[in-house]
Design a protein around this ligand. Sequence first.
Ligand SMILES: N[C@@H](CCC(=O)N[C@@H](CS)C(=O)NCC(=O)O)C(=O)O
Length: 219
Amino acid sequence: MGLKLVLGNKNYSSWSMRPWLALAEHDIGFEEEVINIYDPASKARILRYSPAGKMPILLDGESTIWDSLAILETFADKFPQLDLWPKDPAARALARSISAEMHSSFVPLRKALPMNLKRNIAPPKAGFAEDVQADIRRLCDIFRDARTRFGARGDFLFGAFSAADCMFAPVATRLRTYAVRLDAPCEDYVEAIHSLSSFKRWKDAGLKEPWAVAEYDTL
Ligand SMILES: N[C@@H](CCC(=O)N[C@@H](CS)C(=O)NCC(=O)O)C(=O)O
């Protein structure tokens, strides 16, 4: 039995994008099912796959793995040839730390600037609150630090595309969607994410989805 990813809406589900990019960018075959998170009937459908009731979910034979970071770790174990985490120990340590930080922090930014690939590029109507600006500054520090120390051999945080880039790809779309002013190194990194062929495929699929969430579309 092959791999299957159960995913939320591609336009809005930032967490779901992460493991999808890891497989798609490396042309690893997998089945997928997209469930509209905003349909009240969806909860029961998600719970049939995972007791946590959240997506993304990876089905791998007898195993069910939920949570985007746990799924990326599973891929790193399963496909060591992909070098999803950088090989160099110092780079690997930083990649893991910033990925965990992305996973557990940036709440003000997430709330104020939800992922919405269909939205016209423009600042949020409410502007950028101080705590959102602090999150943006921290993100840019992370991008600059990783790129300066370990990124010389490519366009991504650690040079080659890695699990850390999967973790930061959704927030890179938010920075672009909400027209956040960035310095050149950070803007280059955001552009690198948008240039990934896997990202373009994900976005194309998201743009074709019929679902709309007024709460996010009017920000
Ligand atoms: N920390 C989790 C978060 C997962 C999460 O919140 N997923 C949302 C979609 S973006 C979800 O499944 N929501 C459906 C629901 O709450 O019913 C991860 O990274 O996988």
